[in-house]
Design a protein around this ligand. Structure first.
Ligand code: SF4
Length: 353
């Protein structure tokens, strides 16, 4: 059996170059304007019968609004489940495009909008559906497992969709059945899962531009400054960073670990949007960003996803106010494609139930 925790050598490198990652600047809003926009958005959500579903990485004001208006803040797995089960006919997904697409695939009868459809993901962009189809064709004896951070066209080619909350368990169960796995797109998460399960995995070579920038050497230097700090790491980070962690897991797992571990200080290697929730739920604890700087660093995202940062109060308000803007930021998935992509998503949700 050929086991590989390295990306498949016949594949090109699908990591994005720095030039392909947008630089996002945000005009700061003063407190009066923030409060005015938040009140206005809350009113419009209610008037339009819309549920706001936000990811932990988006702006803290949007996370608060989601919770205050009966919506939801979570990781991509629970966002998908909430959107599917909520009775609202209109869903507003504050996150990145694959999250909006997932909501639409699971609930084709609902209308799904996003503050901006320009909010992409380097993993999704780094897995072109046509190239992926060739990868599958070259390995017909493999079970195809794709991360949720992919387009509908990639999901529609998969046997399973997984998120970082459930990937380990699902791959372990496939391994127990003797299945060989073709994994895409995140090479770091794939390598981590392979190391934990010893599954026979062929890996696509994509990466998350945020997590890939965390630096092991700078992190160990920081540990010397905070020797009692616990280290919490998302598994999209490089193996050298994962090795240092006290807890490795999805955003939800990181939030749980921060509560359960006895440390009063934590160094956290994931998007800094999560600090809003971490600080809210652990007022007595201190959270420090894991370093993206250090020798050889070419920090582009600086621990904040440039696409998640595109979700702002202003474009969320515009979405709910301006009909033509709303029409341009509605998610559409071709029904036949959606039906095929729903199969591996339903399988994941049933596995977790
Ligand atoms: S943080 Fe990384 S994985 Fe998450 S949406 Fe941004 S680029 Fe994609």
């Amino acid at each position: 059996m050929v086991m590989s925790n390295m990306p498949n050598q016949s594949l090109p490198d699908y990591s994005l170059s720095p030039e392909q990652v947008p630089l996002v600047g945000s005009l700061a809003l003063d407190d009066t304007e923030r409060s005015r926009l938040k009140a206005q958005i809350a009113e419009k959500l209610e008037a339009q019968g819309a549920a706001l579903i936000a990811h932990y990485y988006v702006d803290g004001d949007i996370q608060d609004l989601a919770e205050q208006t009966g919506g939801f803040v979570s990781d991509s797995l629970e966002m998908a489940r909430f959107g599917r089960d909520h009775k609202a006919e209109n869903l507003v997904v504050a996150g990145v495009r694959f999250m909006g697409e997932t909501a639409k695939i699971l609930s084709p009868e609902k209308r799904v909008f996003m503050p901006t459809l320009q909010a992409e993901c380097s993993l999704d962009l780094g897995c072109p559906p046509e190239d992926f189809a060739q990868f599958i064709q070259a390995h017909p004896d493999h079970t195809v497992v794709v991360y949720a951070n992919t387009s509908a066209k990639v999901k529609a080619q998969a046997d399973w969709v997984v998120t970082s909350s459930c990937a380990l368990e699902i791959v372990a169960s496939l391994k127990a059945k003797g299945e060989k796995i073709l994994w895409a797109p995140d090479k770091h998460l794939g390598a981590y899962i392979q190391s934990q399960t010893q599954a026979d995995m062929l890996l696509w070579s994509g990466a998350c531009v945020v997590h890939e920038e965390f630096k092991a050497k700078a992190l160990t230097d920081l540990q010397r400054v905070y020797p009692d700090a616990g280290v919490l790491v998302h598994p999209e980070s490089p193996a050298s960073v994962i090795e240092i962690a006290d807890a490795v897991g999805s955003t939800s797992a990181i939030i749980r670990a921060a509560k359960e571990l006895p440390n009063e200080t934590f160094i956290v290697a994931t998007d800094r949007g999560i600090f809003h929730k971490l600080r809210r739920e652990n007022p007595g604890k201190t959270f420090i960003e894991a370093p993206t700087a250090g020798d050889g660093a070419t920090c582009r995202s600086c621990a904040h996803c440039p696409w998640m940062a595109m979700n702002e109060l202003r474009n969320l308000d515009r979405l709910l106010t301006d009909a033509s803007y709303r029409a341009g930021n509605e998610i559409h998935v071709e029904p036949k494609l959606g039906l095929r992509a729903k199969m591996p998503l339903d399988r994941m949700l049933a596995f977790q139930a």
